[in-house]
Design a protein around this ligand. Structure first.
Ligand SMILES: NC(=O)C1=CN([C@@H]2O[C@H](COP(=O)(O)OP(=O)(O)OC[C@H]3O[C@@H](n4cnc5c(N)ncnc54)[C@H](O)[C@@H]3O)[C@@H](O)[C@H]2O)C=CC1
Ligand SMILES: O=C(O)[C@@H]1CCC=N1
Length: 264
């Protein structure tokens, strides 16, 4: 099985890294193209994959082809490779906004497509990916695609109408969580903690809290209540966060994020 990437930037690197690390496809069977020499060299040095400047070469050689360019470059990239893409190949897309209907129209022929939305924690094997296969994807293809996508974290098949919500809640959300960690650390620094130590404390608190949600399956509100002692420190922090519109800010940010995803 040969795996190809068109665009060898951040997400492509995270995805191929997970797949190689899990031993699902060896580096020698992975080929990537990028218009930037620096982008090609980066993944070649880091993962030992084959690289080329020719997108068509990747489209011709790959059994599974990941389109890992920015959404703005999808149309021109598909235009460039559409003649090389065969019916027995599988195309995996990772861009927000690019619907299965739009993708099928761009290829102009029956193509097996799995539309996905991954996220950057894939880099450390803790990604969250949503997958939507189109009607041409067989059960065998789907099982293999899920195996690949599961190499760098969790993966779930979702109906396509949910994908903009996925962009908001997991595709883009690492950025908001990093902002939260940064802000938490700033607060600790303001209280006298050295910065490096503050990042460690903040990140481990977020990591542990996320693990509690996943492992206990308790309502996040119940877990919050477990931290809040009567007349204690936490409820005072919760009061100030509510006053500042903390939860509403996150909800509104996700609505804006999903809106842009729909418009791309
Ligand atoms: N960064 C993230 O957190 C996530 C990104 N995505 C999606 O993944 C895709 C890639 O994003 P990133 O890896 O972050 O971007 P990136 O900018 O790191 O990588 C894109 C690569 O594509 C190359 N490229 C541009 N035009 C090209 C062309 N015509 N032919 C070949 N290569 C070309 C660029 O030189 C660059 O190396 C985007 O569609 C993005 O929306 C999805 C989920 C999360
Ligand atoms: O910001 C973006 O457009 C991409 C999609 C999801 C995360 N990053």
């Amino acid at each position: 099985m040969k795996l190809g990437f068109i665009g060898t930037g951040n997400m492509a690197g995270a995805i191929m890294g997970g797949i190689i690390k899990k031993g699902i496809i060896p580096a020698e069977e992975i080929i990537g193209s990028d218009i930037m020499e620096t982008g090609r060299n980066h993944v070649k040095e880091l993962y030992g994959i084959q690289v080329t400047a020719d997108n068509k070469e990747v489209a011709e050689k790959a059994d599974i082809l990941v389109l890992s360019v920015k959404p703005q470059f999808y149309a021109e990239t598909i235009q460039e490779i559409r003649e090389s893409v065969r019916e027995d190949q599988m195309v995996i897309t990772i861009a927000p906004g690019k619907t299965l209907a739009w993708l099928e129209e761009q290829f102009g022929k029956p193509v097996r497509i799995v539309r996905t939305m991954p996220n950057t924690p894939a880099l450390v094997g803790e990604g969250m990916t949503a997958a939507c296969p189109n009607q041409y994807v067989t059960e065998k293809d789907k099982a293999y695609a899920l195996k690949l996508l599961g190499a760098f974290g969790k993966v779930e098949v979702v109906p396509e109408h949910m994908i903009d919500a996925v962009v908001a809640v997991s595709g883009s959300s690492p950025a908001y969580v990093f902002m939260l960690i940064e802000a938490m650390a700033d607060g600790a620094v303001a209280e006298g903690m050295p910065r490096a130590q503050a990042y460690e404390f903040a990140a481990q608190a977020v990591y542990g809290s996320a693990k509690m949600v996943l492992e206990t399956k308790k309502h996040p509100g119940e877990l919050k209540d477990m931290v809040c002692s009567p007349a204690g420190t936490t409820i005072e922090a919760v009061r100030v966060l509510e006053q500042s519109g903390f939860r509403s800010a996150v909800i509104e940010a996700e609505k804006a994020c999903a809106e842009v995803s729909r418009s791309l």
